[in-house]
Design a protein around this ligand. Structure first.
Ligand code: PAF
Length: 271
């Protein structure tokens, strides 16, 4: 596995490479990220993973400084899943990045309400990566479903010749969606966090017998009883992210909560 530490070395590497299948990450890799790498490995060419904690997508009051950084372990994990190359940009990689704006309709909803800077920061850094790497395929997890939709929209609008692939959520045995932020939970919080997917699943199972307004209120109540601070818990059209009151084909049931200062998100796609 090749390790690339600068844009200069990346350029050299790209000159000798075939098509690139690109997996952007912020490190602290878990089975969810590794499933993106395995998916990328199915395509012809080279699988390239980037590890960069992007300051542009954190507000000053957010967890940039404590965001877990575990480079050595990440490299070992990537080696095990046959990743071809890893790009660790220099710390100043984001400086001078062209500031872009994510689709205003999609980025103003769900997580965009409480984190208004977030998707613009994501799109700006991804554009920087995409321009440098010119990948053929890129891979994003459905755990960040809104991010996946916004990147897809960006690629369509900017007419970049890049295929985007969405990859299903990977869960812990107790159902908690894998996330780097899970490492910030105390053991007690970690046990409570497992309830998120149980509540999502229970709610999704009742959509045929109960109306969505009722299910939203009940789901939120259950979360609050468990001491989650609820940012949102609701049903959305899975293409436009409009909140809905009637079930549609491909409905997204999604939540974002705060548990002891740790932000957690999860979702279910109801087909
Ligand atoms: O999903 C993430 O880890 C980040 O938002 C991404 C796509 C690597 C951009 O920094």
């Amino acid at each position: 596995m090749q390790i690339i530490n600068s844009v200069k070395d990346l350029d050299k590497f790209l000159k000798q490479s075939n098509e690139i299948n690109f997996v952007p990450t912020m490190g602290n890799l878990h089975a969810g990220h590794l499933s993106l790498v395995s998916e990328a490995n199915k395509y012809n060419g080279i699988t390239l993973v980037s590890i960069f904690v992007n300051p542009l997508q954190f507000a000053p009051n957010e967890d940039l400084d404590i965001y877990p950084r575990t480079e050595k372990k990440d490299l070992m994990e990537l080696e095990k899943v046959n990743c071809d190359a890893v790009f660790f940009p220099e710390p100043d990689f984001a400086e001078g990045t062209k500031k872009l704006y994510a689709n205003s309709e999609l980025s103003k909803k769900l997580c965009g309400i409480s984190r208004p800077h977030f998707f613009h920061g994501v799109i700006s850094i991804l554009n920087h990566f995409f321009q440098l790497i010119q990948p053929k395929n890129v891979f994003f997890g459905f755990k960040d479903y809104q991010q996946y939709l916004i990147v897809k929209d960006f690629l369509e609008k900017s007419k970049m010749d890049i295929n985007i692939h969405g990859v299903p959520i990977i869960r812990e045995p107790d159902g908690l969606a894998m996330s780097s932020r899970n490492n910030l939970l105390t053991p007690d919080q970690r046990l409570v966090a497992a309830k998120l997917s149980i509540i999502l699943k229970d709610t999704a199972q009742q959509i045929k017998t109960r109306n969505l307004k009722y299910l939203k209120v009940e789901g939120k109540k259950k979360l609050e009883e468990l001491n989650f601070e609820v940012d949102y818990f609701s049903f959305f059209n899975s293409n436009t992210l409009e909140e809905i009151d009637e079930i549609e084909t491909n409905t997204l049931l999604a939540l974002a909560v705060n548990l002891g200062g740790v932000r957690l998100i999860d979702n279910f796609l109801i087909k």
